[in-house]
Structure formats: C-alpha cells, structure tokens
Design a protein around this ligand. Structure first.
Ligand SMILES: [Zn+2]
Length: 152
C-alpha cells in the first residue's frame, strides 16, 4: 500500500488554479450584478415612459371628449334651428290642410305636426268654429227662407 504525497509545487499549482477559478467566478458574478442593475434601470426608464404615455393618453381622451361634447352641442343647436324651421314650414300648411288641398304625404306630415303644435291646434279649432258658425248662419238663413216660402 502506497500513499501518494503531493509535492509542494503541485500544491502551489492547485492553490493557484483554485484562486484563478474563484477570481473568474467573482468576475462573472460582478458582470451579472451589473447586468441586473442595468435591467432594473431600463425597467425604471420604461415605467417612466409608460406613465408619461398614460398621462398623455388620458389628456388626449379628455380633449377628445371635450371636442365631442362641443360638436354634439353644436349639432343639438342646429337640430333646434332646423326643427324650428320645419315647424314654421308645417304651420304654413294649416289652411291648405283645413281646405283638404294637401297631398297625402304632406297631409300625413301635417297630422304629425298638428299633434305637437299648440298654435296650429288653436288656429284649426278657430277655423272649425268659424265654419260651424258660417254653416249655422246659412242654415238659419235657409230656414228663414223656407219659412218665408211657406208664408207665401
Ligand atoms: Zn304649427
């Protein structure tokens, strides 16, 4: 049975190889640490950009909403004006409606208008009363004429 003893220079060589290896690993760890640090910085940078983009997007959405509100308000205004114009035009049909001179479509449109136009309803009621009064007057006249005829 033989025991192998390492020579001093062999021990020296192994110790130096171990030291080299430790140094390499230390350097690799430091490089890794550096990369982790760089990535963390990059993440922080991207997070800043993201929150800036979110703030910008939020502002843009608000601006778009405000613009949309203005456009809608403008259209509402125009609709009011157009409705007033349509009402005015329809009111102008009242007498022809009463005299049954309107064509079918226009008559139907006036029927719709009449349902919501107080002034046309009022005026139409007046025209009807006038007609009733007029026919009543002529009926009375006729009756008088008849009576006169009978007297003869
Ligand atoms: Zn009217």
């Amino acid at each position: 049975m033989t025991t192998a003893y390492l020579e001093d220079d062999e021990i020296q060589r192994i110790a130096s190889a171990v030291a080299d290896e430790l140094e390499n690993r230390g350097a690799a760890m430091a490089a890794l640490d550096q990369r982790v640090k760089e990535q963390a910085e990059r993440i922080a940078e991207l997070e800043d950009k993201l929150s800036a983009a979110e703030a910008w997007g939020h502002n843009e959405v608000q601006r778009a909403n405000t613009t949309a509100d203005h456009v809608i308000a403008e259209y509402d205004q125009r609709i009011v004006v157009l409705e007033a114009l349509v009402t005015e035009l329809r009111c102008g049909d009242l007498h022809r409606y009463f005299d049954r001179e309107l064509l079918e479509d226009r008559r139907a449109a006036f029927d719709l208008h009449l349902a919501s136009c107080g002034s046309c309803q009022h005026e139409l009621a007046g025209l009807m009363q006038e007609t009733v009064a007029a026919s009543g007057a002529s009926a009375t006249k006729n009756a008088t004429a008849t009576r006169r005829t009978r007297k003869r």
